[in-house]
Design a protein around this ligand. Sequence first.
Ligand code: SF4
Length: 63
Amino acid sequence: MRITVDADVCTGHGRCYALAPDVFAPDDEGHCVILVDSPTGDLEATARSAVANCPENALRIAD
Ligand code: SF4
């Protein structure tokens, strides 16, 4: 899997880095920064949950 974020769509709700802080982090304005774009193992499941919970649908997974 590979995760991408559409910076034009992300509004900085912070759900992604609240749910998966080892995969996502906030920038200075609270927008999503991807720390690990190809997580594996337990991190992959956590990342998929965070992607599914983005209210703006700003995160995408390419398998
Ligand atoms: S949950 Fe979605 S909108 Fe919120 S910071 Fe993460 S990518 Fe951006």
